[in-house]
Design a protein around this ligand. Structure first.
Ligand code: ADP
Ligand code: MG
Length: 589
């Protein structure tokens, strides 16, 4: 990431410059990257062109600039808007926690990375994401109970080449397949707080944009808390400064839809009600089932968290709402601490310092780095202890496995969705889910002729049409472009008959069709300051919550709110916590 830069610095840098003509080369240099004077100077850009670029980039229609003169007050107005957003972020907790560089033992809070204004999004496609959320929830639940499917999908080449997935699968089999059918774990409720991520993609130029699934997150799907506040921030800004930003929003709207209806704007986002509500449902069910006469006074919810987490405010918002709305207390603890402090009784009752745990919500445990003590170490020991208890886990090991990328690829194979939804009356669900799938290809020993054809395309120079993904979560692991092509080249060979052989090291990878969402203008803030502006692409997340009992009977299943993340279009990876994206909201149109 280029360094953060305050607008004030840019203004200082430019003071006294006059406005010249916009050079296209200069515009390219700046408008597609973060505003960075070093980059601009390296293109030998004159101050005058730079100012022009800045104004063109920053101001589009917001501040009604003329083509011949730029007023300092216009830029000051942008700064004022950014300052308002930053103040709103402080007032309403759109914050992330940072370690102090001069004292790593203490922390401070700053504005989370945000897009100053919302991004246009077609309302029909957003409605589709919400409509399909309960279907994906059910799919995860059904997949999680199909041990044969999970074993045949993940047990071969994936488990051999990826020890992390192998370990989750091993524990899953130990607890749910080889353990007694009436064990506390098998009889426990299942809780899913999922987030299906999508990009808009047009089949070909001129076609309307359609929703395509990037991935389905079943563990630690974050930003439900902060996202609800971002929507409020954007509703405030678009309503308070409606006239000033009208042209800006209109320009972006035209990029995503030809629809001329009046735009409904930024919707309400119920994440902060719905996610705690789902946890409250399993909590109440637990209390009814196990506590004497439904006495909840000693029963808590456990949040499993990482040491040194920066996204604490997002997690805390859920914790506070659980108490505010449902009177349910939360305890936060790391896996290592849980290992030594939690006690598991023979009947599956799990206690922490005398408090009984009704539900376990993981905001850690999704990456190998969360288990530093190794396969037989304390963190995996804690995971197993938690899994064996009678509380609901979000996610259970089965739900975790159902969210792997290999399972995503396998579900896109012909007939697989139908296997999980065999009834005639569920055909509509299958059709809706399938319409969200992008091209997904196995790079394992189960690769079909079609999968190999996709790999060949990459090797033959069409690498820009694909993304290569390992079985990892959290952003920053995918392969793109030449790096991907080289990786495929390194681990494959072509036989004398011209056939492509994929090496076993590729078995944990899936190849995915690259999606090309519409590029819109956006102004991104980092640490509360304008980081830059330019062409950006967005990824929509739709949360879904589900509660089922041990037999799969559904007690709750609903769409539970939204997330929009925006990043500069030249950045391949995603993820706010990993530093690639900014939080935003959809301006429906
Ligand atoms: P992770 O589990 O690490 O979040 P993702 O599948 O979400 O993995 O990929 C990370 C990021 O890479 C996404 O947020 C998105 O920005 C980008 N990405 C993933 N798949 C695609 C794709 N098919 N086309 C374009 N970008 C993609
Ligand atoms: Mg992702």
């Amino acid at each position: 990431m280029p360094p953060c830069l305050s607008l004030v610095c840019i203004l200082e840098h430019l003071r006294g410059s006059s406005v010249g003509m916009l050079s296209l080369e200069a515009a390219e240099a700046c408008s597609t990257t973060v505003l960075n004077p070093v980059a601009c100077c390296s293109h030998k850009m004159k101050h005058s062109s730079l100012l022009r670029v800045l104004l063109t980039a920053f101001a589009p229609a917001i501040f009604a600039l003329t083509t011949t003169s730029a007023k300092m007050s216009d830029l000051v107005a942008l700064e004022a808007l950014a300052a308002t957003a930053n103040a709103y972020a402080s007032a309403f907790g759109i914050q992330i926690e940072r370690k102090r560089s001069d004292d790593p033992t203490s922390t401070y809070f700053e504005c989370a990375p945000v897009s100053l204004l919302p991004n246009a999004f077609p309302k029909e496609e957003l409605a589709k994401a919400q409509a399909v959320a309960p279907d994906f929830n059910e799919l995860v639940d059904r997949v999680s109970r199909d041990a044969d499917f999970l074993e045949s999908t993940l047990g071969g080449g994936v488990a051999t080449s990826d020890p992390f997935t192998a370990q989750i699968l091993k524990l899953y089999k130990q607890v749910y397949v080889n353990g007694p059918k009436d064990s506390p774990a098998n009889l426990a409720d299942r809780l899913g707080i999922h987030r299906s991520d999508y990009m808009l993609h047009a089949q070909s130029e001129g076609e309307p944009y359609q929703l395509k699934q990037v991935e389905l997150n079943t563990i630690a799907a974050s930003f439900g808390g902060l996202s609800s506040r971002i929507f409020s921030l954007h509703r405030y800004l678009t309503s308070r400064f409606g006239e000033e930003i009208k042209d800006f929003m209109e320009t972006n709207k035209k990029i995503v839809t030809s629809n001329d209806d009046p735009a409904p704007g930024v919707p309400e986002n119920p994440t902060l009600e719905r996610i705690p509500q789902a946890i409250a449902v399993v909590y109440e069910r637990y209390v009814q089932k196990f506590s004497k006469e439904g006495d909840a006074s000693n029963v808590i919810v456990l949040f499993v968290v990482q040491e040194g987490e920066t996204n604490t405010v997002d997690q805390r918002m859920l914790e506070f709402r659980l108490f505010e709305d449902h009177n349910i207390p939360v305890v936060r603890m790391s896996l290592a601490k849980i290992y030594s402090e939690a006690e598991l009784a023979g009947n599956g009752k799990l206690t922490l310092n005398g408090k009984e745990i009704a539900a376990i919500y993981y905001r850690a445990g999704y990456a190998p780095t969360d288990y530093p003590d190794g396969d037989d170490g304390v963190e995996w020991g804690a995971r197993l202890k938690l899994e064996n208890c009678r509380a609901a886990k979000c996610p259970s090991l089965g739900y975790h496995l159902a969210g792997t990328k290999k399972v995503q690829q396998q579900l896109a194979r012909p007939g697989v969705l139908e296997k999980f939804f065999p009834n005639k009356e569920e055909e509509g669900k299958v059709e809706l889910m399938r319409s969200c799938f992008a091209g997904l290809y196995s790079m394992g020993d189960d690769a079909t002729a079609e999968d190999l054809e996709a790999a060949k395309e990459v090797l033959e120079g069409k690498q820009s049409n694909y993304v290569l993904k390992p079985q990892r979560e959290g952003g920053g692991y995918n392969f793109y472009g030449d790096t991907m092509r080289n990786k495929l080249k390194e681990h494959s060979s072509v036989g004398s008959d011209g056939s492509l052989q994929l090496g076993s090291a590729l078995a944990e990878y899936i190849l995915m069709q690259r999606l090309f969402p519409p590029q819109q203008r956006a102004i991104l803030l980092r640490g509360g300051k304008v980081e830059g502006t330019g062409s950006c692409i967005s990824e929509l997340g739709c949360y879904g919550t589900i509660v089922t009992d041990s037999k799969g009977t559904v007690a709750l299943n609903e769409p539970s709110g939204l997330l929009l993340r925006t990043k500069f279009s030249h950045i391949d990876e995603g993820g706010v916590a990993s530093g690639f994206s900014c939080l935003s909201s959809p301006y429906l149109c």
